[in-house]
Design a protein around this ligand. Structure first.
Ligand SMILES: Cc1ncc(COP(=O)(O)O)c(C=O)c1O
Length: 384
């Protein structure tokens, strides 16, 4: 039996047939079951920020697993305490709730907002993606994801990004929270402007609603600052994290700032695995490497140079995003993504007009150049 037949038989078909059966990874290279190497420009969708098999991450996880693997939230542990403190150094005044994924971090944020304003509704943006649980799906825009699961949590209003008047009209004293991504990944890596983020802060504050900033994809330094919303000079009530936080080890976090951090009381929310010491040790190791190696400033510099190079290619309409979260605007991105894969490059196409790049922060100049050359060649081939 081939692995494709095995997959078709033994798995629920939510993901379609996987593109490859991957067996190994080292740095930005992954290897399939036939020994073919691929340059990983997607990083497990913005997750493996230190690449594959990074020694600091492997050491932290194995050492912690040997020391104390799991205890539940009846107890705390040194890595859990240290991680909460570390995250508060990036978001002063924040108190942590740890989860295992992005959707769980957002789910916790939505619950907190409902508790803060009982019965309150939510406002989210067109094109947004916040997760697949019933709560986070309710504030996710794509109809195809939502329709089979109606009725979802209500009331939820979607407004067009950058339309401040629409946001002002949608947010009332019955709104529990506005939730937004500073860079909308699924929409095609489209950043919100600083002025829109500031307006969202001012409007939510005026209505007594919470502002939840979903930094699950954009956070942890990927875009050239620890959080993508920092350039707007705002402080959200809640910031959610996951993906790169654990560098490939599952962990999510819901950070609530100031009084928002005291909204949940005993028993309001919970998790068996969230805040697991191994996951927290992984996140601490990731953040240490990011800090020690100056990777955030490096992402800003390298990402800007790469975006300029890619934008110059014939066939690329524009390059959106910043740092190492880039959306390359091309025609028929889905076909290009498959052609790139056949050439040994892993990307993805969040929509028909965008190739998304979210590689390891440690991707080398040569690796970036190899991708740029391959993309140039494929785009040229299209014109022949
Ligand atoms: C912005 C954003 N929020 C939430 C999620 C959901 O995270 P997870 O897939 O870990 O549940 C994602 C995942 O792609 C995301 O990009």
């Amino acid at each position: 039996m081939t692995w494709q037949e095995h997959y078709a038989t033994d798995f629920q078909q939510v993901f379609g047939t996987p593109l490859l059966n991957l067996v190994r990874g080292e740095g930005s290279i992954v290897t399939d079951d036939e020994g073919n190497d691929y340059l990983d420009l997607l990083g497990g969708i913005a997750v493996t920020c230190l690449g594959h098999n990074h020694p600091a991450l492997v050491d932290a996880v194995t050492t912690q697993l040997r020391t104390l693997g799991h205890v539940s939230n009846f107890f705390t542990t040194p890595p859990q305490l240290a991680l909460a403190e570390k995250l508060a150094s990036y978001l002063p005044g924040a108190k942590a709730f740890f989860a295992n994924s992005g959707t769980e971090a957002n789910e916790a944020a939505l619950k907190l907002a409902r508790k803060h304003r009982p019965g309150g509704g939510f406002v989210a943006l067109s094109g947004c993606f916040h997760g697949r649980t019933m709560g986070t799906l309710s504030v996710t825009h794509k109809e195809a994801y939502r329709t089979p699961f109606a009725p979802l949590i209500e009331p939820v209003v979607f407004v067009e990004p950058e339309d401040v008047d629409a946001l002002r009209a949608a947010v009332t004293e019955q709104t529990a929270a506005v939730i937004l991504e500073p860079i909308q990944g699924e929409r095609g890596v489209v950043a919100l402007s600083d002025s829109y983020l500031r307006a969202a802060r001012e409007i939510t504050q005026g209505a007594g609603a919470l502002l939840i900033v979903d930094e699950i994809q954009s956070g942890m330094g990927r875009t050239g600052s620890f959080f993508a919303h920092t350039s707007a000079g705002i402080t959200p009530d809640i910031v959610t994290l996951a993906k790169s936080l654990g560098g490939g080890f599952p962990i999510g976090a819901m950070l609530a700032v100031g009084a928002t951090g005291d909204v949940f009381a005993g028993g309001d929310h919970g998790t068996t695995f969230g805040g697991n010491p191994v996951a927290c040790a992984a996140a601490l190791a990731v953040l240490d490497v990011i800090e020690e190696e100056g990777l955030i400033a490096n992402n800003a510099e390298v990402g800007a140079a790469w975006a300029r190079e890619l934008a110059e290619l014939d066939g690329v309409a524009e390059v959106r995003g910043s740092g190492l979260l880039l959306g390359v605007a091309v025609a028929d991105a889905a076909t290009l993504h498959k052609e790139l894969l056949a050439e040994g490059f892993i990307t993805n196409a969040p929509n028909p007009e965008t190739l998304r790049l979210a590689p390891s922060y440690l991707i080398t100049d040569e690796q970036r150049a190899a991708f740029t050359a391959a993309l140039r060649e494929l785009l040229e081939r299209r014109r022949r």
